[in-house]
Design a protein around this ligand. Structure first.
Ligand code: AHR
Length: 520
């Protein structure tokens, strides 16, 4: 509620002017000015037991006619491998703070059915039953780990701080990481250790995760992270960070932690800022003004990163703690979901793809600050890369952005100056650049609807030997994929001219591009 009120209140102030002069865009790439390494983890994902994310989305069951790998939807695994998905956060979200991990282990037929955290939300409130309302626990820790292994990403587990105990948390670490045969729980696991490094300590502890004050939460974080069994796994703890612009949460948490002992900063690996830019209009139907309004709200992410970073630096002068922005995305209102139980399910349009591109480019430009980020949520939910129902499956335009942007993984982000007019706080043209050896990757978004944008790229400190480009564009920002037209929106090749230190291309209206350059 707090977040919704904030978004509604700020919406009016963000409506942008109507007309922007057609102009050229230019980028100057400063090849010798490195920002930091782009961790693949900033392209991470989020999986919650919510609506159709796990049941129907990921888990179809071993006996299903839908092609599956040990019960996991195969088409999803294949598509995730293609984009080199690096990381999956699970089991929530708000659900995490009501989850008892013991419910999801052992023989599946013996696992208890539990009421899901979200049972009273949206259409679920009126439903009699179903797995979104009463969780059968068919998908538990071992199934999640199998999913990560098949899809090729690392696991990131959110522990239950609101209704669980520090003991439960320690036991879950033991179950996941103890060497086989070393402990009773490690033996119960029945497989090789999972070696889970990333552990979230509660979720949104200012809200659904317990309604704590930052000072109270700081105490809980200390208690939960004291003397956790290590089993030689480098555990990385991620405390629940702020709700969007709430600087008091960042200040209160770090102040209380450092007041107890500055050395406690070593316990914090990432600071879990959450930011949903909300919606404007409907998921698929919106006006041009609503299109610009939502993009403008999405790029507030950059201000959130810099403002919280400043506060964090007051207590962590060496900036040991980076961001783990483990929930972000555009959260539209209900109405476009493909099945009633897909709570928060929404069709992803080209507008959402632009939001994904603008956001990932912000993370790359702040590669020195952002160590991890997880788009919410993977499938059948908010800002998803996939929609699936029973045997039907599609990739959304967002998916293509993650696919095009994967070449940044492990690249050195370099400074770049994107020059073009602005529509209020929204750049008409913005992006990021990274370099690995003699390969340069530039990704960018052109946000104007009115016409194409000729772009000139100038390399400072190097020349281009050759280049190729891909573009994601459609005839409307509302364009999206459907089960009947799954390839309605997909990338195509874009012409790029190369001459010494200059490259030229033209971006269609409302488009996302990737330029791959071989440096001379
Ligand atoms: O992603 C949906 C919900 O949004 C998550 O469960 C919660 O953490 C956030 O409020």
């Amino acid at each position: 509620m707090q977040r919704r009120n904030f978004l509604a209140a700020s919406a009016g102030a963000l409506v942008a002017p109507r007309a922007i002069q057609a102009a050229n865009g230019s980028v100057t790439v400063l090849l010798n000015e490195q920002i930091g390494t782009i961790s693949p983890l900033v392209h991470g994902h989020f999986v919650e037991h919510l609506g159709g994310v796990v049941y129907d989305g990921i888990w179809v069951g071993e006996g299903s006619k839908i092609p599956n790998i040990a019960g996991i939807r195969k088409s999803l695994v294949d598509a995730l491998r293609k984009i080199q998905a690096p990381l999956f956060r699970w089991p929530g979200g708000c659900f995490a703070d009501s989850y008892d991990w013991r419910d999801g282990i052992g023989p599946r037929e013996k696992r208890p059915k539990r009421v899901n955290f979200w049972e009273r939300s949206g259409a679920l409130a009126k439903m009699e039953g179903g797995k979104a309302k009463y969780d059968p626990n068919e998908f538990g820790t071992n199934e999640f780990m199998r999913f990560c292994q098949e899809a090729g990403g690392k696991p990131y587990i959110a522990a239950n701080l609101r209704s669980g105990t520090a003991r439960d948390f320690n036991d879950w670490v033991d179950y996941c990481n103890a060497p086989s045969g070393a402990t009773t729980l490690g033996t119960q696991r029945g497989t090789a250790p999972f070696n889970v490094e990333f552990w979230g300590i509660g979720n949104e502890s200012w809200g659904c995760g317990g309604d704590f004050t930052p000072e109270e939460y700081s105490v809980e974080f200390r208690r939960f992270t004291s003397w956790v069994p290590r089993f030689n796994v480098p555990l990385k703890f991620i405390p629940a960070g702020p709700n969007g612009p709430d600087l008091n949460w960042s200040r209160g948490f770090f102040q209380a932690l450092v007041r107890k002992s500055p050395g406690l900063l070593n316990r914090v690996w990432g600071w879990a800022l959450h930011y949903y830019c909300g919606t404007a209009g409907g998921p698929v139907e919106f006006s041009n003004d609503e299109y610009y309004e939502l993009l403008t709200r999405a790029v507030r992410m950059e201000d959130l990163i810099t403002s919280h970073w400043t506060v964090m630096g007051e207590y962590d002068r060496e900036h040991r703690v980076k961001f783990a922005i483990d929930e972000w995305g555009a959260w539209h209102r209900a109405g476009s979901e493909v099945a009633p139980h897909h709570l928060f399910g929404q069709i992803g349009t080209m507008r959402d793809a632009l939001i994904a591109a603008l956001t990932l480019d912000i993370f790359h430009r702040h590669a020195d600050k952002v160590a991890m980020a997880n788009v919410a949520q993977l499938i059948n939910c908010i800002h998803s890369l996939f929609i699936a129902h029973e045997d039907k499956f599609l990739v959304t335009p967002n998916y293509h952005v993650f696919d095009m942007y994967k070449d940044h993984h492990n690249g050195k982000a370099v400074r770049s100056v994107f020059a073009a007019p602005r529509r209020g706080k929204l750049g008409v043209f913005d992006g990021s650049v990274s370099v690995q050896g003699n390969k340069l990757v530039l990704t960018c978004a052109h946000t104007e609807l009115s016409g194409p944008l000729p772009v000139e790229i100038t390399l400072t400190g190097g020349t281009a030997r050759s280049a190729s480009a891909l573009v994601l564009a459609a005839d409307s920002p509302k364009a999206h994929n459907t089960f009947d037209r799954p390839e309605n929106v997909k990338p195509r090749a874009l012409k790029v001219e190369v001459s010494g230190d200059k490259l030229r291309l033209e971006m269609p209206p409302a488009s996302v591009a990737r330029v791959s350059v071989e440096l001379g």
